[in-house]
Design a protein. Structure first.
Length: 236
């Protein structure tokens, strides 16, 4: 990674959006950026059997560097230029979370359904895995779970601090939280957590009600990274 400049976030800066368009199985090529995902549906399918969601936004360049040869080659191809992508929308309990729940829906997400979401989730493989492990516990059909996932992503504005022209950079975990809080009215410190690994900012995790309002989540917040000087590698 090239030497980055030190980010000191000005919370009054205008925010931009991120659209992570992906090129899996004929999907349009992706670009780095901070545009918000295309606005979701007017009504959110309401799941059941859990307390809240975690929307996990993965910083794709960090994933690719950390995982190396184990990383998904489609997601990490040089031409992808991905920034934040949706890792998943995870049903949670106040303590712990369900996974791999019995469902009348098939395990496999058909391409005819999944391809419409490759602008927010980078590969069909990840879409299928997220459905099997997490979506199956949402009380929703595959189609409604993916609608809820898109609506959750559309709820979040990516701060201007992560715009391509500001990267590579370094940022404290709490600074990253402050930037998201400033860009997203209603988000608070106990709503968001940073995941870090090997000195990189790896992921942003945001807690939401089943109707996608921001909400506190003590267990998730306490588990978050608090480290200073996290590296934010540039896309591409």
């Amino acid at each position: 990674m090239t030497t980055g400049h030190r980010l000191r976030i000005l919370l009054a800066l205008p925010v931009l959006a991120l659209a992570a368009a992906c090129s899996d199985q004929g999907a349009p090529p992706a670009r780095a950026g901070t545009e918000a995902a295309v606005a979701g549906t007017t009504s959110v399918p309401l799941g059941s059997g859990f307390d809240f969601y975690v929307l996990a936004l993965s910083w794709s360049p960090a994933y690719c560097l950390i995982e190396g040869d184990r990383a998904n080659k489609q997601q990490c191809a040089e031409e992808r230029d991905l920034g934040f992508v949706v890792h998943g929308l995870w049903p949670q309990f106040e303590s712990g979370y369900p996974e791999f729940c019995p469902s009348r829906e098939p395990d496999r997400v058909p391409a005819s359904l999944g391809r419409a979401y490759l602008d927010v989730v980078p590969t069909m493989g990840l879409i299928g895995h997220q459905w099997r492990k997490h979506g199956s516990c949402s009380g929703l059909s595959q189609a409604d779970y993916l609608r809820a996932l898109r609506a959750a992503r559309a709820r979040v504005t990516i701060p201007a601090a992560f715009a391509p022209e500001r990267l590579p950079a370094e940022i404290d975990a709490l600074e990253a939280e402050d930037a998201f809080i400033a860009a997203n009215p209603g988000m608070k410190r106990d709503t968001i957590a940073v995941r870090c690994e090997r000195g990189y900012l790896r992921e942003i995790r945001i807690c939401m009600t089943p109707s996608l309002d921001y909400r506190a989540c003590g267990e998730v917040d306490r588990a978050g990274c608090k480290i200073d000087n996290l590296s934010v590698p540039e896309p591409g």
